[in-house]
Design a binder for this molecule. Structure first.
Ligand SMILES: Cc1cc2nc3c(=O)[nH]c(=O)nc-3n(C[C@H](O)[C@H](O)[C@H](O)COP(=O)(O)OP(=O)(O)OC[C@H]3O[C@@H](n4cnc5c(N)ncnc54)[C@H](O)[C@@H]3O)c2cc1C
Ligand code: FES
Length: 329
């Protein structure tokens, strides 16, 4: 990795500054489909060179009137708001080849859920898309961190390849734990673990994720529905099991992204074990830049912060889970 591409994480939440936002078009340069997931790579040096792990981009529908004529006539309101996506990775582009040294492009990974993601998933290379980014405030690296445990529920893995790469560049040991209901719901094709996480002489999971293994990141996969070779249970149970193998807990930092109940359970365990824990939260968004007040996250002490402006990454200890979960249930 060249020095110029190394992104350094801020040391505290206060050191995170809102970036200068690029608002313009970015062309799709690569598209990959895997089951119900889609990865799009956009050429945009402006965003790729400014973005930090945990930040997101907004993808808009404007400028694509022809493609959207049908959508607009049937579901007009659904195309008004942009769609927010975490930056999966930054990459360079050389004669059509994608390499990960100098950032000229960025990728997003999403599951195909509704109008916006279905539309995005049928776009092809060279299509220009209106985009704003980087947006929000991302992860930070507390002083004294030795090991970072990245805990992802399903598509919650999206911000973690970029985070893992950055942490590795800063000399931090990284462990990735991913959970899904079944193998079909995994956003990556699992590979045989080269460096499995061992407990009592046995791997917690024989299966791992190539994207992370190739970075030297040990990973393990949990499936709710027990399957040969995978950890049986939730990713939070996998985290607890991994934690039970750790004699030295000083310097462990937990990063989580996934569904709300998973993040609540994860933060309870992390905080009960006195571990620092950061969560990337998702909220329905309007503007994505702190203007519409449409994305409040309940914070302890009966206050709110904005997911798009103060987050999407929050310290787990500040979230008021009772108000947050009950409001969304
Ligand atoms: C900061 C942030 C980062 C995100 N990163 C990713 C990512 O990397 N990969 C990924 O697959 N998804 C991500 N999401 C969720 C993603 O934005 C929604 O899946 C997507 O907007 C759904 O759009 P749709 O038109 O297909 O769904 P529809 O249900 O048709 O959307 C209708 C409206 O609801 C909003 N909406 C629907 N589901 C969500 C949701 N879960 N979160 C927020 N808004 C939603 C849409 O933006 C849209 O305005 C992120 C959300 C946020 C807030
Ligand atoms: S989405 Fe408008 S303030 Fe957050």
């Amino acid at each position: 990795m060249s020095i110029s591409s190394v992104q350094f994480l801020p040391r505290s939440p206060e050191q995170r500054v809102l970036p200068n936002v690029f608002f313009g078009t970015a062309r799709i340069v690569a598209k990959e489909r895997y089951r119900e997931f889609c990865r799009l790579t956009f050429r945009s040096p402006e965003i790729a060179q400014r973005v930090k792990p945990g930040q997101f981009v907004n993808l808009y529908f404007e400028g694509l009137e022809n493609e959207l004529r049908f959508e607009r006539s049937s579901l007009p309101m659904l195309t008004i708001l942009p769609r927010p996506f975490s930056v999966l990775k930054t990459l360079t582009l050389r004669k059509g080849e994608i390499k990960s040294e100098a950032p000229k492009a960025f990728s997003v990974l999403f599951d195909i859920r509704g109008t916006g993601t279905s539309w995005l998933a049928q776009l092809t290379a060279d299509v220009p898309v209106k985009v704003a980014g980087p947006l929000g405030k991302g992860f930070w690296l507390p002083e004294g961190t030795k090991t970072a445990v990245l805990v992802a529920g399903g598509i919650g893995i999206a911000p973690f390849p970029f985070l893992a790469e950055t942490l590795k560049a800063q000399g931090i040991e990284v462990i990735l734990l991913l959970g899904a209901q079944t193998k079909d719901k995994l956003p990556f094709d699992p590979v045989r673990a080269e460096f499995p996480i061992i407990k009592n002489g046995k791997p917690l999971s024989y299966w791992s994720i190539d994207e992370f293994e190739s970075m030297g990141v040990r990973s393990a996969i949990a499936l709710d529905k027990s399957e040969e070779g995978f950890f049986a249970g939730t990713v939070v149970q996998l985290f607890e099991t991994w934690l039970s193998t750790q004699k030295e807990r000083e310097g462990i930092v937990v990063y989580g992204c996934g569904p709300k109940p998973m993040l609540k359970a994860l933060s309870e365990i992390a905080l009960a074990n006195k571990l620092h824990c950061q969560l990337s939260l998702e909220e329905r968004m309007g503007c994505g830049i702190g203007i519409c007040f449409g994305c409040p996250i309940p914070i302890k002490g009966n206050s709110y912060k904005l997911c798009c402006f103060d987050g999407p990454v929050f310290d787990a200890s500040e979230v008021d889970w009772e108000r947050y979960i009950s409001r969304n249930s």
